[in-house]
Design a protein around this ligand. Sequence first.
Ligand code: SDX
Length: 439
Amino acid sequence: MSVKPSDVKATLSFSDGTPAVEFPLYKGTIGPDVIDIRSLYGKTGKFTYDPGFMSTAACNSSITYIDGDKGELLYRGYPIEQLAVNCDFLETCYLLLNGELPNAAEKDKFVDTVTHHTMVNEQMQYFFRGFRRDAHPMAVLVASVGALSAFYHDSLDINDPHHREVSAIRLIAKLPTLVAMAYKYSVGQPFVYPRNDLSYSANFMRMMFAVPAEDYKTNDVMVRAMDRIFILHADHEQNASTSTVRLSGSSGANPFACIAAGIACLWGPAHGGANEAALSMLEEINRNGGVAKIGEFVKQVKDKNSGVKLMGFGHRVYKNYDPRAKLMRETTHEVLNALGLHDDPLFKLAMALEKVALEDEYFVTRKLYPNVDFYSGIVQRAIGIPTALFTGIFALARTVGWIAQWNEMISDPEQKIGRPRQLFIGSQSRSVPPMNARK
Ligand code: SDX
């Protein structure tokens, strides 16, 4: 698919008599048209100004489409609701990387390839030993994923499509192993090697929870829930961490370094760190009185001076319900029922808090709805994932989206190094005063 010139032009006129300038518009398959302003500076000596990129398309892409008003999310055209029910995570990985769902033979080959790349170099265990046991898993992941580039000199020529494919497979295959190692290291248990006779998500659960002292039996409900959580987090258009990966990749940095940069960005509480923050928020409300305290908490959120946000709510793009939050709530319900935890106080509290917020004028007027992070902490906690690892799980799942977007950018003939400009509001040129003349 390609960018199609629109027959509509955009004209920029100035009130000071500066000559008007025209810009071409391009149409996508679906979604907003774009105004090509690449010639703006050359024609006018002016920049656009768009902190936070509220109205800026940084690239063209065929991977993921979000309609924020409809609450729609498509991976390569397939609705997330259908993928989450009809596919597993590795099928979704294949789709995001290649643009089409795999047939049975293609899936078997892809699964076999990923399965046989799940081990990490044995030296990595010494890398981990440099960390304190209580290091945050995201710090460990940023470092260990970046360190992968120290081992794979054979696949770092980013202009070689085969090298890019090998790097993509290695990253998708090894993230679960590294996330599980970060967890095992934090609890002082021995690392568990991957097993090739297990599915991707069953293998991850075993690496996380198996101990040498006894056989580990995978729980199919938990494995399916984990796999669905991976699907729901796999990609999401040009979000902050994906844009970080693209910007890092635009300089020609190797894919492991770019993904490490994406993990660092995802860690922020406004982004992937929100699932950890949302669960901590629910636990605090629960400690302070639970459902009875919701009104007081919401009042605090609405008070700008409190600095308190309803974590897991709101989104730059979704001004309707995040479709992933709906699916996450269903998965949470399934897992809690399977565990006999249908009375889980945090789940009840989250649903009560959601109901209050969705009826409150502050949230309604700002179109604040639950996002993917609102329920994901509750279901991960029920599965046994520690709170500090929630964002690591998000990074594990998002790695396929990041590397698919990175690959699309590297293969795009239009791509150039990303180098935004600025509106300078600092000092004019001035001379350095001698020390004795400084105030
Ligand atoms: C993810 O981009 C992606 O696609 C990200 C993601 C992905 O898959 O990659 O979907 C994953 O990051 C989901 C978002 C997780 N973050 C949170 O749940 C943290 C809480 N949410 C907010 O920080 C906020 O909603 C953002 C950061 C998500 C979006 O912020 P925006 O788009 O910059 O919107 P804003 O901060 O300008 O908010 C608009 C208004 C403001 O009030 P006013 O100044 O208009 O009076 O809504 C308010 C905000 O104060 N607001 C909130 C709120 N979110 C926004 N008020 C209370 N609680 C909130 N959660």
